[in-house]
Design a protein around this ligand. Structure first.
Ligand SMILES: CC(=O)SCCNC(=O)CCNC(=O)[C@H](O)C(C)(C)COP(=O)(O)OP(=O)(O)OC[C@H]1O[C@@H](n2cnc3c(N)ncnc32)[C@H](O)[C@@H]1OP(=O)(O)O
Ligand SMILES: CC(C)C(=O)C(=O)O
Length: 553
């Protein structure tokens, strides 16, 4: 075969940028954020949001702290137009929030856009036309010079109408996007952008936004960063511009492209919640904001209740957030695997003890900071280890298994979970523990126990069921437990001694009971744990001895 599919494709040329600066830079502050959920996110939905869904989403975005929100493409439909009117006429736009609207370089559409914005306090009018070779060739059928004319005409039509808005008290900022910037030759992107600047005449006091979109990811994020740095270095009147990023995720690197673009000199970032948007989506703003947060940089957006935000998003857009989605997915703070659970459990315990800088293995941030719960962090299936089992019993029921007992019960639980072939709940693990230890009453079950003594010598008398038949045993020792051990050995149980003892309370007040753990050692060296629960602490220990005896018999 002389032609294979791979020959259909070609590499993307690199940018000639000697001495590029961005790789050595470090992010130290949040960008100006602009949400495009209600426009780019919305235009990508099979069923675009209706006015009430857009209103709900708008309010959620305001609550997150967005100060610039692209609310739509008002010349696209009645819904989009009416939404602007509702926002403005009902006074729903907070004083510190600016709404932004997108429009093509077409006069009728620009006119309609301006009409939709009348009466607003502060707006950004966002003009775009595509500039890449493929768009020039196929969409417009134009050479570069005519593409520049499309942009300049559009800029002029907007300029002609701004006065109307400003005269009625609206503050207007202008934004231009050479759409498909990342697939455009940088020299031409500069030429067309500067032609628009010539019309709008931005100054350092009255800047315009130059948005440089990665409309379709055609190269790696480093190439995008080079393009942004190239523009920042070469465009005229840089000080009169707010350089803005707008990335998509076709190669799965929208977040990386944005972060590298910020390093390359951008001031502003457009994106959506959870990355909704055309094809593979827009930049997920939550990811970049939380990435800043995890480095101790205030992201200036509030995602402290990400679950509630996710609910609004899912209800309004009909989209879902995948379980592995960074920060917001259901499983992103969850460990099923044993070694991860072990490390997280130890890390959380150390953090809770000292509350210093966050340093918990496998968890980039404290899940509680975004409204997640520690109970989601460790979940148990057949890949889990003793640490996970112990964590769930402790966090859900306050049962603190001694370390040695964890080693014994871990494999028992693992076998049971493996046989079930699914995840198990903390309640199921507790039931397994109860079955294995607490309810272990064959051959011996305690009916009655009494011990008393003075000067270090205790005598005990106990009634037991041995395989259902009642028996009496008596013994002597330096405490009630030792006396009971001696009683059992006298009765004929192979010689054993108590090797380990721990007890704790379970619950509180009138519901409180004692939970005892006892490890016995037989004459042949075999070790075995038992556990017992009773409202009487002495009886809990005696039951724990019997549990261990029953488990070795
Ligand atoms: C990358 C982005 O996300 S850009 C934003 C895209 N968003 C949307 O398109 C959503 C809203 N859009 C719409 O509702 C409609 O497309 C409208 C109202 C804007 C325009 O609708 P229509 O005029 O019916 O048709 P359509 O969208 O197909 O227009 C294509 C025409 O506009 C031209 N065109 C496309 N973009 C632009 C632009 N930015 N500036 C000027 N002309 C443009 C095309 O060359 C084409 O011209 P032709 O008819 O001479 O071939
Ligand atoms: C209009 C522009 C900014 C856009 O949405 C894109 O390029 O993806």
């Amino acid at each position: 075969m002389s032609f294979s599919p791979i020959q259909k494709y070609r590499p993307f040329p690199s940018i000639d940028l000697p001495n590029r600066q961005w790789p050595a830079r470090v992010l130290t502050q949040a960008p100006i954020w602009c949400s495009v959920d209600l426009r780019d996110g919305n235009q990508a939905l099979a069923v675009p949001m209706n006015v009430s869904q857009k209103l709900e989403m708008f309010e959620a975005l305001v609550k997150c702290g967005f100060k610039e929100i692209e609310v739509g493409f008002p010349s696209a439909s009645n819904t989009e137009f009416s939404f602007n009117r509702r926002l403005i006429e009902d006074g729903r736009i907070p004083d510190d929030v600016t709404i932004q609207c997108l429009v093509q370089a077409r006069e009728d559409l620009i006119e309609k856009t301006v009409q939709s914005l009348m009466g607003a306090r502060s707006v950004i009018i966002h003009l775009y036309n595509s500039t890449s070779p493929a768009q020039r060739r196929y969409v417009f059928g134009m050479e570069k010079a005519d593409i520049v004319k499309v942009a300049v005409r559009g800029a002029q039509w907007i300029k002609d109408r701004i006065k109307r808005l400003e005269d009625s008290g609206t503050k207007v900022m202008l934004q231009y996007s050479p759409e498909s910037f990342s697939a455009t030759e940088v020299e031409f992107a500069k030429e067309v952008s500067e032609a628009v600047m010539d019309v709008w005449q931005p100054t350092p006091e009255r800047k315009m936004i130059l948005n440089l979109p990665d409309t379709v990811e055609v190269a790696g994020p480093n190439v995008y960063a080079d393009q942004i740095e190239w523009m920042c270095r070469n465009i005229k009147n840089r000080e009169s511009l707010i350089i803005s990023l707008h990335t998509h995720n076709d190669r799965g690197t929208g977040t990386a492209a944005t972060e590298m673009g910020m390093l390359a000199g951008a001031d502003r970032v457009e994106g959506t919640l959870f990355g909704n948007g055309e094809r593979t989506g827009n930049l997920d703003v939550v990811q970049v904001a939380m990435n800043l947060y995890m480095h101790g940089i205030d992201p200036k957006l509030d995602f402290s209740d990400l679950n509630a935000l996710r609910e609004v998003y899912e209800r309004c857009t009909g989209m879902t957030v995948p379980p592995r989605h960074p920060y917001s997915g259901e499983l992103v703070f969850t460990a099923f695997s044993g070694s991860h659970q072990d490390a997280i459990k130890k890390g959380l315990a150390a953090y809770e003890g000292h509350q210093g800088a966050w340093d918990v293995p496998y968890l980039t941030i404290d899940p509680q900071d975004i409204g997640r719960e520690y109970r989601e962090v460790i979940r148990v299936n057949s890949q889990s280890g003793k640490g996970g089992v112990a964590y769930l019993l402790e966090s859900e029921f306050g049962i603190e298994l001694p370390k040695e007992l964890q080693r014994e019960f871990g494999p028992i639980a693992n076998d049971a979970v493996d046989a079930l072939g699914r995840e198990v709940s903390a309640a199921e693990l507790k039931a397994m523990f109860w079955k294995e230890y607490i309810e272990r009453n064959q051959p011996y079950e305690l009916k009655h126990f009494h011990a008393d003594g003075t000067t270090g010598v205790f005598r005990c008398r106990a009634s037991l069921y041995e395989n259902g038949r009642e028996i009496q045993v008596t013994g002597e020792g330096n405490g009630p437990i030792a006396a009971f051990v001696q009683a059992m050995v006298s009765h004929g149980v192979p010689t054993f001694e108590v090797a380990n003892y721990r007890e704790q309370s379970l619950g509180s007040g009138s519901e409180a009971s004692a939970l005892s753990f006892i490890q016995v050692k037989r004459a042949d060296g075999k070790m075995c744990w038992g556990a017992g629960v009773d409202t009487n602490i002495e009886l809990a220990s005696i039951k724990a001895v019997l549990s261990a005896v029953n488990r070795t018999t």
